[in-house]
Design a protein around this ligand. Sequence first.
Ligand code: ADP
Ligand code: ASP
Ligand code: MG
Length: 815
Amino acid sequence: MKILKFGGTSVGSVESIRTLAGIVRSTLQEGQRVAVVTSAMGGITNCLLEMAAQAEAGSDFHVLLQKMEQRHLEVIKALIAVKRQNPVIMQLKIFMNELEDLLQGVKAVGELSARTQDSIVGYGELCSTFIVAQLLQQDHPDARFADARLWIKTDSAYGHARVNQELTDQLIRDAFRDNPAAVFCITGFVASNEKGQTTTLGRGGSDYTAALVGAAIEAEEIQIWTDVDGFMTADPRMVSKAFTLPEISYTEAMELTYFGAKVIYPPTMIPAFEKRIPIVIRNTFNPSFTGTVIREHAHRNGHLIRGISSISDVSLINLQGSGMVGRTGFSGRLFSLLAREGINIILITQASSEHSITLAVSPKDAANARRLIAAEFELELQTGKLEIPRVEDELSVLAVVGENMKHTSGVSGKLFNALGRNGVNVTAIAQGSSEYNISVVIRKNDLAKALNLVHEAFFLSRIKTLNVFYLGVGNIGKTLLRQVKDHEAYLLEHNALRINMVAITNTRQMLFREAGIPLQQWERLMQEGGEPADLEQFISRMKAMNLPNSVFIDNSASADVVNHYASLFAASISVVTCNKIGNSGSYEQYKAFKAAVKKHGVNFLYETNVGAGLPIIKTLQDLLVSGDKIMRIEAILSGTISFIFNEFKGDRRFYDVVKEARAKGYTEPDPRDDLSGLDFMRKMLILARDSGYGVEMEDVEIEPILPESCMQATSVDAFFETLLQEDAYFEELKQRAEREGKVLRYIGVLEDGKVSIRLQAIDDRHPFYALSGSDNIIAFTTNRYTACPLVVKGPGAGAEVTAAGVFADLVKCAN
Ligand code: ADP
Ligand code: ASP
Ligand code: MG
């Protein structure tokens, strides 16, 4: 004997009911005895509740009533043979008339009792099941409509009635015994009390009906046919990477469904568990898939937990005060009060000091619960033994569940680590004494992010996704996008890293795609689907999306962008940048960045601020963390200046060398922008700060390369004129150096916390003597590298190497 239960979507349309009939047929062909349980057509229960509310409010409900009738008629006309349609349509009309009478009654008195509401909502299952029974009868004459109100007996708690198990079992058994051949088509959800009045088993209760029937007749299997492939690791609507679990235990299913996994109604597990009947969740829309088996013992599957679920709306009630310490009676009074008033407590935590108790309840109960508590403990409140209960709203509960968790350490560590790293604040924690469940209360607007993070941490730790927000698609920005595109597959395979480009902006346009912008097409998509760029909006949308592992890449040189860094850190967003304006601004700002980064546990990576892709910042940081002490840093950190002095030798004129540098595109359009040393100074400042010195721009001693007259020239041409006029000055510098066997180098030095940049003549014992081309070079003299400094040398500019440096920093954010 198998029980086949079909949910709302499975009876929701002509097509799905046709599939349903096929599933029943194949099961019967296996030679199985079958009973079918059906829900109302998808959306009809809500529609009935809405009509009831309309009637109560004195409004007209006929539009909806018409719609409901129409949906059922459509199914009858499409699926029932024409010659059999009449009696079916007749019965539908009878149901609709009864329903209309009930609604009219509600409208007339302007009052909707819980009892009447149950009678009204029950019509959804009556109509759908009747039609399914008639349809099945066409092929199987033994198919028979069964009104579960005659079998399932409950108390009168309308809306969520409790079942009289013994009586129900008996009635079901009798019916099956008396009709041994019948293929019963049973209405889900509805039941009746001892007076025969309609009651309902709670929203989603058709699953429970199936389990009650299955348990009474000791069926071999209870199949729950729905619209997903089975019980999944998380709600697939919230976590796109959730996957189907082949097996799960009754206990795990109970815990997960109690904490919001709506795939099956929690009480369903109880009758099935008592008789050890497996529940199998199957997909009506993918019937060949095996689905999930819920049974007593589910195999371990290599994951620390079985699944994650959540309740999106809860309120917390906090009780605090000395009145609770050591008083066993206190919690007893509190809980029996709330139970008496029918307020469901979703979760409880109590500090071990017993000084406070926190309860999570549904928001609709919060105000009432607070009032009741205040009334019950009036005396304690007056005498100051208890503080006025506080209610916190806009919260959610996230629960991780698994029998494996018992006696396994590291589960909470992993959970809190995943949440903490992404700035999800945990308001309360509860662990069931069963140790099958750890639940945390978090802010509601963190829920989607938290579910995905936690899912990633427990189930997909192999693959990590970085959600990237990208600003600046100039030379470097474009190059980096190309590099990422070319390297995507490699990163996925070798680093288990997926880069999800969520948004790209330049100064004109911006483009957002939460699922990721395909990098082959970003330019076209931006042209076709881009919106006008707006920095403020870009930043605020990035924060509002609240995605896990968010990284902002700043490829600009703009101070406006830097102004947003602090707020991004506070929103748990990491920043990777080649923009050095941030770190070389005021020291106060630099310190604020560092503090925020530490506080929020995010990454702030800026290797390319100094020497493009060369490992300079990294080397410095590695020296410092390994306990070395920096004694002296010497550096040439401007490719342009490097080139100019490397070439300024023999019989070459300074003028000619600068001309050549400009022609080669090494200099800014006005070479003085490089020769002023400002950019070099910024880099030295960053090195000094990263070495631990609170240096400001004004503290840097800089010796100008150019005589005053060159700086005064009003145009680039005029500037080159002055270079010719000052030729003797440059010749003298060069010749004096050459006479001593030396070369000229413009060198930045950090020593004793002081930064200077000077033109120096150095001999061949100096590591910078043999420098050539436009290379950058840096020499660290430290406690460990004393006699011979640690030297890093190589190209310190260019889109390709700079982009690569930013790229490497981005990948580091994944660790
Ligand atoms: P039915 O109408 O068939 O009873 P429900 O809507 O009650 O179906 O339950 C199925 C839905 O449960 C799925 O469509 C899915 O969105 C949701 N759901 C929530 N959590 C889970 C989970 N962990 N696994 C599978 N589905 C889930
Ligand atoms: N039709 C009812 C509901 O929507 C029962 C069910 O679908 O299980 O809640
Ligand atoms: Mg359901």
